[in-house]
Write a protein that binds this ligand. Sequence first.
Ligand code: ZN
Ligand code: ZN
Length: 119
Amino acid sequence: MHRPGHNPSDVQMEDVLCDFCAQPWSVSRAMVEGHNGACICGACLAVAYRAVALGGLDDRPPGTPPTCTLCLETRAEPHFHSPLRDEAWICRRCTKQCAGVLRKDPDAGWTCPTEGSIP
Ligand SMILES: [Zn+2]
Ligand SMILES: [Zn+2]
């Protein structure tokens, strides 16, 4: 997401906020962008990846399925829910896709969680 009040014709790194923790994009915080300016930072992605891609967790409540913040789709698969922002969800597919993006980006300095790193 973008910081409220930013200049759309001159978007700075710090105007880009993670939809899951609301922290700004920075050289030390990698960011993956989804649809509609939605973003997830490397730290949140690592938590989400560990939960839904490795741990098989599913935060979806019974009843109305959530819409993934990154792909804007409502998919019948496990989702990770931001503990900080109620409206932020990421589906398992996006979790894996974003992890693939960051893993290939040498500047991101991002290490993909592995089975062995589950606490
Ligand atoms: Zn984040
Ligand atoms: Zn998605």
